[in-house]
Design a protein around this ligand. Structure first.
Ligand code: NAD
Length: 491
């Protein structure tokens, strides 16, 4: 069972190092998806709160940007130790606030500690180049500088990782941050990060967190978009929300990083190790009850192995324990909320109405939805086109690897993919034909490490996360020349 009981508490904004309620005094009930009980009463922030947070981040920027790399490094290393020390309590909070089971909580805690330790060295990375000039006597350099205030907007589904990913590298590069977590995870995706970094010695105002009630994200988002002190929007979430933000950001000429939805294909070729492919596909489709952007949504099977794969896969899927996320063996925990559950139900029902067949699952058991496998899904079913953020996967038989690639690419999305084949060279060749930002040969799509260049193509987003590439989005290059003697001008 859980390591420690989580008692309901307050989730306040963290602005300029202070824990404060919203300016209006409003708060909302943040409920656990499994028990339905109140996990915390969270501050219901609005544009005024966002403005205060942005001002705090703007004021803290010059000091933090000038802090030596060694001092910054110690903050991140201490934070990693604090996170590890609090692992048991964080595991419980992830289960209570977001329905994350023990395995996925450990994935998140491991990722977050590794991220902090990798980010700790970012301050020591070279920041520029000396560039030869044709103008005699001119010394030219290109220097990377922090951008200023970064606004981070994150979803609830892997709350610890996704908020961490949105703020740690920008901070390590000398920026200051205002984080707006999801209304579903104001603690594990929000103020928990403030608690940890505060204790680790991050100066007040370098990280600010503003929470908000359901349906009110736009109050804070619009302030982030329009406030001139915010220099970057770092967004992770659905394509629909990302598109709306990008449209508004265009009006303000504000750069956005977009990590969006996926409709991820997994291809099993005739020569694949079938036992392994079945195990991997079950993990890839159903980890965290299918609520990971990387989850496999469409599995393409070469005809000669399709029937055998389907039989073995169905048996595996039916064996997955469903229920209380606090029990370590549970694989399929609750769906995040009743609206998400209703959407899954509606999409599966529509597919069946249009001719799809259920291999297993298909009937909700609130707050859970059982792991569900569909075949013969027509292309005009919503579930065939749109990401359905839950434990549902589509199987489709194809005649060849080429047809699998064609079907995989026949999607507006392009986040992640997997290919199973014993011929890894051929797997690599096929990977090059996939229109996805991430491809794994002989692995399922749910993989991430902080140093990897993570991101999608097409409607799955712009930009890449990853410690090694973070400077591309979260610093500005400045071209600086200097001369030690005057030059001649023509007039
Ligand atoms: P969502 O788009 O509903 O919300 C994401 C964030 O945007 C939340 O913080 C939400 O409060 C905020 N938001 C909503 N409206 C806003 C507005 N008008 N202005 C500013 N912010 C606003 O997504 P979700 O349901 O929280 O998360 C699930 C989605 O995120 C899925 O589509 C999933 O694929 C995607 N996701 C993508 C990645 C990735 O790295 N590509 C990672 C995790 C999740």
């Amino acid at each position: 069972m859980i390591d420690r009981e989580v008692v309901p508490g307050k989730t306040l904004h963290h602005i300029a190092g202070e824990w404060i309620g919203s300016a209006t005094g409003r708060e909302y009930e943040n409920r656990s998806p499994w028990t339905g009980e109140v996990f915390s009463w969270a501050a219901a922030g609005d544009a005024d709160d966002a403005r205060r947070a942005i001002e705090a981040a703007h004021s803290a920027f010059p000091g933090w940007a000038a802090t030596s790399p060694g001092v910054r490094q110690r903050v991140f290393l201490r934070a990693a130790d604090i996170l590890e020390r609090r692992a048991g309590e964080i595991r419980s909070a992830l289960a209570a606030e977001t329905g994350s089971g023990a395995h996925f909580a450990d994935v998140q805690i491991n990722f977050a500690t590794t991220l902090l330790r990798q980010a700790a060295h970012l301050g020591y990375e070279p920041v520029g180049q000396v560039i030869p000039s044709d103008v005699a006597g001119t010394r030219a350099v290109a220097v990377r500088r922090p951008v200023g205030v970064v606004a981070a907007i994150a979803p609830w589904n892997a709350s610890l990782i996704l908020s961490g990913r949105s703020l740690v590298a920008p901070l390590a590069l000398g920026n200051t941050v205002v984080l707006k977590p999801s209304e579903e995870s104001p603690f594990t995706g929000g103020t928990l990060w403030s608690e940890i970094l505060d204790e680790a010695g991050l100066p007040p105002g370098a990280l600010n967190v503003v929470t908000h009630a359901p349906g009110e994200a736009g109050l804070i988002g619009d302030e982030m978009l329009s406030n001139p002190w915010v220099r970057r929007i770092n967004f992770t979430g659905s394509t629909a929300t990302g598109r709306r933000l990008a449209e508004k950001a265009g009006r303000h000429l504000k750069r956005v990083v977009l990590q969006l939805s996926g409709q991820n294909p997994l291809i099993v070729l005739a020569d694949a190790d079938l036992d392994y492919a079945v195990e991997a596909a079950a993990y890839g489709a159903f980890v965290h009850q299918g609520q990971v952007c990387l989850c496999a949504r469409r599995i393409f099977l070469e005809r000669s192995i399709a029937a055998e794969f389907t039989t073995r896969f169905a048996a595996k899927v039916e064996s997955l324990p469903t229920g209380d996320p606090r029990i370590p063996g549970t694989v399929i925990g609750p769906v995040i909320n009743k609206w998400a559950l209703a959407l899954i139900e509606r999409r599966v029902e529509e597919a069946v109405r249009l001719g799809a067949k259920l291999i297993t699952g298909g009937t909700a058991n609130p707050p859970c939805y059982p792991p569900t496998v569909l075949v013969d899904v027509p292309d005009d079913a919503e579930i065939a086109q749109a990401e359905t953020f839950g434990p549902v996967v589509i199987l489709e038989t194809v005649e060849s690897a080429e047809q699998a690639i064609h079907r995989a690419n026949d999607s507006d999305f392009g986040l992640a993919a997997g290919i199973f084949t014993r011929d890894t060279y051929r797997g690599q060749e096929l990977a090059a034909q996939l229109e996805t930002g991430i491809v794994h040969v002989n692995d399922q799509p749910v993989n991430d490490e902080p140093q990897m260049p993570f991101g999608g193509m097409k409607d799955s987003g712009w930009g890449r996360f990853g410690i090694g590439v973070a400077a591309e989005d979260f610093s500005e290059i400045q071209w600086v020349t200097s001369r030690h003697e005057p030059r001649a001008f023509p007039f």
